[in-house]
Design a binder for this molecule. Structure first.
Ligand SMILES: [Zn+2]
Length: 126
């Protein structure tokens, strides 16, 4: 059975003629997007490595990094479990100006669609 993107994309399948319904344009666009994302991941890896090198040069150790990553991972898993068990509900962020719930965006800078107020969110929230 197909896995991942192609298994969940409703535009990709067999139309009975033996031809896949995803067009060559779709596949090219997906390929370009994957190549773009791979480039972004490589860039972020390089930035992370650069930042870690700076911190190591200032005396921080790999053990410190591993410890904090472990702690962050545990906290994230605990929060996810608490939400799944109904012990905690995710709180929607609200605009500090007009107090309406904000839409979740991938942007670091959020802009309220109701009043236009701009604010910087937590860059590590996802
Ligand atoms: Zn607002």
């Amino acid at each position: 059975m197909a896995r991942g993107f192609f298994a969940t994309n409703p535009s990709y399948g067999n139309n009975g003629s033996g031809m896949n319904t995803a067009s060559t344009m779709d596949l090219r666009a997906y390929g370009e997007e994957i190549a773009h994302l791979k480039g972004q991941v490589a860039r972020l890896n390089m930035i992370t490595e650069g930042l870690w090198t700076i911190l190591k040069n200032e005396g921080h150790t790999d053990e410190e990094l591993i410890s904090i990553l472990s702690e962050l991972d545990t906290n994230k898993k605990n929060k996810k479990t608490a939400i799944e068990k109904g012990e905690e509900t995710p709180k929607p962020r609200e605009c500090p100006n007009c107090h309406v719930p904000l839409q979740n965006t991938d942007s670091i800078i959020d802009r309220c669609i109701y009043c236009g107020h701009e604010m910087i969110g937590n860059p590590f929230d996802n």
